[in-house]
Design a protein around this ligand. Sequence first.
Ligand code: SF4
Length: 247
Amino acid sequence: MRTTKIEWTDKTWNPITGCTKISAGCLNCYAECMARRLQAMGQSKYKNGFSVTLHESVLDEPKRWRAPHTIFVCSMSDLFHSAVPFAFIDRVMATITATPQHHYQLLTKRADRMAEYFAAHAVPSNAWVGVTVEAQATKSRIGILRGIPAPIRFLSCEPLIEDLGELDLSGIDWVIVGGESGKSGRLMKGEWALSIERQANQHGSAFFFKQWGAWGADGVKRSKHSNGKLLGGRVRQATPQRATLFN
Ligand code: SF4
């Protein structure tokens, strides 16, 4: 059963919380906003606000989930942040390896550090590795990702804040695209998303359009819910496991 609103996953698991901004996509970071809100509500896990914090107490949490899930690791942080010791990442990987009933999605903006880690450690067979590519300046992350031997490699182009132009998607299994939500959400144009879809199709990568976000297909600002997730009149939400388009 899905327990998160993030449409491309079932569950989130947060053995680390907190982060620092690293690229343009971080400007209106949802995790920062949520962490500060939970801190203000007195939630002990967020007593440090958005400072990087390791949570040993939840390292074993997925072992209690008997049914298979697709799990997004560190939705409230970045697993490969420089403040997270490799020894702690080892413990995250140990849980992943010990729970083969699940699939884990490891998404980072710190592609270099992820590559450094996996140069010395094998990617668990049930882990998917991905990088965020929200703007032209971050496209170099794709080449770094391609160099990591992994069962599934994916891109999250969210929030998509400009046309990415030509992409080399060879070796990339899945591409997620979404516009930015929230009152400060930045505009995404449909032609940018369709260009990525066209290139994903050329390379045989599954394409998943998550949402428009704050700005609709017509360029009008309104609620994320009202703007919906139709791209060119269709839901386009293929996954590497379920490479199906729902018309
Ligand atoms: S890397 Fe992710 S969690 Fe960290 S500041 Fe940027 S958007 Fe937020």
